[in-house]
Design a protein around this ligand. Structure first.
Ligand code: ADP
Length: 168
């Protein structure tokens, strides 16, 4: 598997699947989630509502992932995953790692060869960027998956630098 780091906007990525840092409601939010629904159009939200009604009445649990189509985005699918809110009192690293693993598992089910990830939980959910980068890269490196390219799409130069440092 090839791991690529790019600075940019995840909604512009020409990949099979983009991963959304969603919240458990699946009904949209700020950050990456807001950008994906804005750029992707109402079709994604419609599918999210249907998934809620059929499977996730109580919300998508933290660390899990589920796919919809990608509406007007260049990608074919959006994989929605719910990152943990960072906590100083409790180590939630395993839940963050689970987001990356579960997203790749869903990508395999879809037959997606190229997948773009944002730095899950490092925005509104408050995860320190260096630690978020370390968990993202170590988890993806160790994953057993048929995905051939994982592209981390970092929104700003500081996030890109943190991932560069962690990639080594
Ligand atoms: P979370 O709630 O999981 O923290 P956010 O969407 O708030 O999710 O932030 C996750 C990361 O994505 C942050 O580092 C944020 O700067 C970044 N980000 C925000 N918008 C975009 C975008 N359009 N493309 C890529 N990354 C983005």
């Amino acid at each position: 598997m090839e791991i690529r780091l790019v600075q940019g906007d995840i909604t512009e990525q020409d990949v099979d699947a983009v991963v959304n840092a969603a919240n458990s409601s699946l009904l949209g939010g700020g950050g990456v989630d807001g950008a994906i629904h804005r750029r992707g159009g109402p079709e994604i939200l419609q599918e999210c509502r249907a998934l809620r009604a059929s499977h996730y009445g109580a919300g998508l649990p933290t660390g899990q992932a589920v796919a919809t189509t990608a509406g007007r985005l260049p990608a074919r699918w959006v994989i929605h995953t719910v990152g943990p809110v960072h906590s100083a009192a409790e180590d939630r690293s395993e839940l963050l790692a689970s987001c990356y693993r579960e997203s790749l598992r869903v990508a395999d089910e879809l037959g997606a060869a190229t997948v773009a990830f944002p730095a899950i939980s490092t925005g509104i959910y408050g995860w320190p960027m260096d630690d978020g980068a370390r968990i993202a890269l170590s988890t993806v490196r160790r994953a057993s998956t048929s995905v051939v390219e994982v592209r981390f799409v970092l929104f700003d130069a500081a996030a890109h630098a943190a991932f560069e440092r962690s990639l080594g």
